[in-house]
Design a protein around this ligand. Structure first.
Ligand code: HEC
Length: 240
């Protein structure tokens, strides 16, 4: 008699306890006794913690977490459409043969000749009489740091790596004036022959900038404009 009474009371107590966790909202998981156990409190890189479950925290609003984004993440900042376009991934794929020479194992590779197709690409940064000077001086800075040791100060292919006898096969830019800006971009981005890929060292904006500088090595009047704002050397950089 006593035993079954406690069993019934016990069953009622347990049922009430369990049922109290339910809610009428079919989408709700009900009362959570230990939410941290099954909901990760991990901080996400791209989440705006300024608003969590309707609660607004002004001090955290519009501020992303301080976590470093993964490599090759695309910074999508700014409102200038040209700048934003420059940050988007390069549309031309690497050729299959590059796998062996440049160790590109994570890339989507193609059999098509994207290098030839790249000849149609114009420089995404268009020079004018106002921006030419800062762009060329930035290009020189990049060239001095990243390219000069092979290509030489004047772009003649006689950098210290070559004159020391450690390396060879670097062309004189003067012999490659027929190369289009798009092909130069492709070669710098993915590498060509003995030149390694530079896409993890320079972003697209920097590569187009350094290409302008190479053009100025090929013809000293490149990037100069007359009083009417017309380029002294025909502009090869038409945006396409
Ligand atoms: C380790 C030496 C080395 C470095 C560093 C280097 N290059 Fe080269 N570059 C070469 C060699 C070698 C070639 C010839 C590739 C071929 O045609 O087979 C070349 C070719 C080129 C070409 C011609 C590409 C074509 O399609 O014919 C351009 C343009 C160029 N390099 C630009 C650059 C720029 C810009 C940098 C710096 C960001 C740079 N290179 C850094 C060695 C180098």
């Amino acid at each position: 008699m006593k035993k079954s009474f406690f069993r019934i009371v016990g069953a009622i107590v347990v049922s009430v306890f369990v049922l109290s966790a339910c809610t009428s909202n079919a989408d709700s998981p009900g009362l959570e006794y230990a939410p941290d156990m099954y909901r990760s409190p991990a901080v996400e890189a791209y989440v705006d913690y300024g608003e969590v479950r309707g609660r607004i925290d002004e001090s955290k609003k519009t501020r992303l977490t301080a976590m470093t984004p993964p490599p090759f993440a695309i910074p999508y900042i700014g409102k200038d459409s040209v700048e934003v376009r420059l940050m988007m991934p390069y549309a031309r794929l690497a050729n299959e043969s590059f796998k062996a020479s440049h160790g590109m194992y994570q890339d989507v590779l193609t059999k098509e000749d994207h290098y030839a197709a790249a000849s149609a690409d114009g420089n995404m940064i268009v020079l004018n009489d106002k921006n030419a000077e800062p762009i060329l001086s930035k290009g020189k800075e990049l060239f001095t740091a990243m390219c000069q040791h092979c290509h030489g100060e004047k772009g003649d292919g006689n950098g210290p790596m070559v004159t020391s006898g450690a390396y060879s096969g670097v062309p004189n830019y003067a012999d490659r004036t027929s190369l289009s800006d798009g092909q130069m971009f492709y070669s710098i981005y993915y590498g060509k022959g003995m030149m390694g890929a530079h896409r993890s060292l320079l972003n697209k904006k920097e590569i187009w900038t350094v290409i302008h500088y190479i053009r100025s090595l090929q013809s000293p009047d490149y990037g100069k404009f007359d009083a009417n704002g017309t380029a002294v050397v025909a502009d090869t950089t038409k945006q396409k």
